[in-house]
Structure formats: structure tokens, C-alpha cells
Write a protein that binds this ligand. Structure first.
Ligand SMILES: Nc1ncnc2c1ncn2[C@@H]1O[C@H](COP(=O)(O)OP(=O)(O)OP(=O)(O)O)[C@@H](O)[C@H]1O
Length: 295
């Protein structure tokens, strides 16, 4: 886990209050409020929790039905505010929507043009720099359709970081990557978090444990936890135990490689208590089982 940035006491970059959004009958976000400052914050939640919806609102791609949002003091509900937010924003969406015929350079350059980097020479320099940073210096001229999944993700990250945005929104950037690529991505995201506000949506609790100074857990459109990864892990303290057979009444329990069962929930008296992991804390949060510690 990275140390909290020194500027944590600085005013928040992003402030969200009472965000609510429905899709016909589905409440995707229900009265969501939080603040983000410098550094990498993880956003964890199961499928359908509302993560992408929240990120799309933060990236000004979708307006909320209700609630207020400010990014570096700008209000995206006005046209001028939206433009100001977009100038300070880097967004890696869940499906980056590449034009497969574009080269890596052309795609990042296209995003740089949308970000209003008008001076051609400076823009091209910036595009080369971002592609170099993600290790794609030799693949600049390659067509996106000829790149591997991991390389495409790196192009998408270069596009998110072009123009040096202050606020970076990453929607599951490590999905589908092999362990080595994920490690490389962690380095890049940690670097991106230096001096910037980064919100990282992921299903990987390991990514959060290794990268984030803070974690927000979203489930069924509501925030279930907001704190440090250590606090989320501590929420499962005394709630994980081992047994020879699957424990009755456990929230979750599975046989591990040693043949013993690892159980999560309310342990029986005398149970062999195990050290919790961040994933245990996360599972408790989404089961609403550790209510005292939850938001
Ligand atoms: N365009 C849409 N029309 C109708 N319902 C939608 C739409 N987009 C999302 N939803 C619903 O809103 C809820 C939140 O979806 P969202 O994609 O934000 O979740 P998520 O946490 O990003 O999920 P995942 O981890 O699977 O990507 C889900 O119930 C989803 O089915």
C-alpha cells in the first residue's frame, strides 16, 4: 500500500454529494457522497454495483438525476463547468472505443486534440512522451488491431494521461492482463497518482492493497465502506476462521489447498481465528456483516 500523500489535508480535488441515478426501474446510484484528494483511491464493488455509472458521471459522460459534483471547483452541470472539468480530466473507460485502423500514435494524438492541445509540435511531443512512459515507444506506429490486449490497455492509459490531467478516472484498467502486465500497470498507476487524484475502479482487491491509500466500496448503488485498506482489512478481524468441515452459518466458506476450510462470518466459540485479508474485509462490507465499521 502506498503512504497517504502529504497533501491529504489539502482541499479535495473532487467532491460528490447525494449522487443518484436510475435507469428505468434500476437504481444504479443511490445518494452517493464522498470526497477525493491527491493519490490513488480504489473503488471496489461487485458486478452491477454502480461503479461504471459513477465513473461516467465523474468523467462528465452522463449527468446524474440528482446530486452535486465539483472537480477542482468546477461544476459539470453547466456547459462552461463541463468544459473546464474535461480539460483537467483523464479517463480510461471500460471499453475505450478504439478505431482499430488507428495507430497507437494516431489514437493518443486524437485524444490530445479532443483535450484541446492545439500546438501540433508540442502535442506530438506530449503524445510520444506518454507512449514512451507506458513502454510503447517501439509500437507507436503499429495499428491498434495488431496490438495485444495488454498493449491496447497501455495505449488507453497513455490516452488517459495525455495533457497531464489533475484528475484521472480508470475503469478496470487491469482487466484481462496477465500477472506481469498487471504488475507493470500497478507501477504506472502508482506513478500517475503522484501529484494527481486518481480513482481506480477494479475487481482486484490485490491492486487496491498494493496501490491505494484509500478505498471506497460500492454495492447496489450505495457506499458500504470509505476508509483505508488497513481499516477495511481490520473490519474482518476475528471473523475469519479455519475448520475441518464447512462451518454452518458462515457467510462464505471454501476448502483451501491444505484441505482445511476457510470461513468468514461469526465464528463459533474456540474457533481457530485466522489473519484477515483485504478481500475478507471487502466481502464483509458487501454482505453488510460488519456494520459497526461500515459507512
Ligand atoms: N444503460 C443502461 N441501461 C439500463 N440499466 C443499466 C445501464 N447501465 C447500467 N445499468 C444497470 O445499472 C446498474 C449499475 O451498473 P454499472 O455498469 O454501473 O455497474 P458496475 O459496478 O460497473 O458493474 P461491472 O463491475 O459489472 O462493470 C446495474 O444494475 C446495471 O444493470
Amino acid at each position: 500500500m502506498t503512504a497517504p500523500p502529504a497533501s491529504r489535508t489539502a482541499p479535495p480535488t473532487v467532491s460528490v454529494s447525494g449522487l443518484t441515478l436510475r435507469y428505468r426501474g434500476t437504481v444504479a446510484l443511490d445518494d452517493v457522497s464522498f470526497r477525493l484528494g491527491e493519490g490513488v483511491t480504489g473503488l471496489l464493488g461487485p458486478n452491477g454495483a454502480g461503479k461504471t455509472t459513477l465513473l461516467r458521471i465523474l468523467a462528465t459522460a452522463t449527468p446524474p438525476d440528482r446530486g452535486a459534483l465539483t472537480v477542482l471547483g468546477n461544476d459539470p452541470s453547466t456547459v462552461a463547468g463541463r468544459q473546464a472539468v474535461r480539460r483537467t480530466l483523464g479517463y480510461l473507460p471500460q471499453s475505450p472505443g478504439f478505431h482499430p485502423g488507428f495507430t497507437a500514435f494516431e489514437f493518443v494524438d486524437y485524444v490530445a486534440i479532443l483535450k484541446e492541445l492545439t500546438d501540433r509540435r508540442q502535442r506530438h511531443q506530449e503524445v510520444r512522451r506518454r507512449l514512451d512512459d507506458v513502454g510503447l515507444a517501439d509500437a507507436r506506429g503499429k495499428r491498434i488491431k495488431a496490438l495485444s490486449g495488454g498493449m491496447r490497455q497501455r495505449v488507453a492509459l497513455a490516452a488517459a494521461l495525455v495533457g497531464d490531467p489533475s484528475f484521472v478516472v480508470l475503469d478496470e484498467p487491469t482487466v484481462g492482463l496477465d500477472p506481469e502486465q498487471r504488475m507493470r500497470f500497478r507501477e504506472l498507476i502508482a506513478e500517475a497518482g503522484q501529484g494527481r487524484t486518481v480513482l481506480l475502479s477494479t475487481h482486484q482487491t490485490e491492486d487496491v492493497a498494493m496501490l491505494c491509500h484509500r478505498v471506497v466500496v460500492l454495492d447496489r448503488g450505495r457506499i458500504r465502506f470509505d476508509g483505508t485498506p488497513a481499516e477495511l482489512t481490520a473490519a474482518a478481524e476475528g471473523r475469519v476462521w479455519s475448520s475441518d468441515a464447512k462451518a454452518q452459518g458462515a457467510l462464505a466458506g471454501w476448502r483451501t489447498g491444505t484441505g482445511e476450510f476457510r470461513n468468514l462470518g461469526d465464528p463459533p466459540g474456540g474457533a481457530a481465528i485466522l489473519e484477515p485479508t483485504l478481500e475478507d474485509g471487502y466481502l464483509m462490507a458487501i454482505d453488510g456483516a460488519a456494520e459497526g465499521a461500515m459507512a
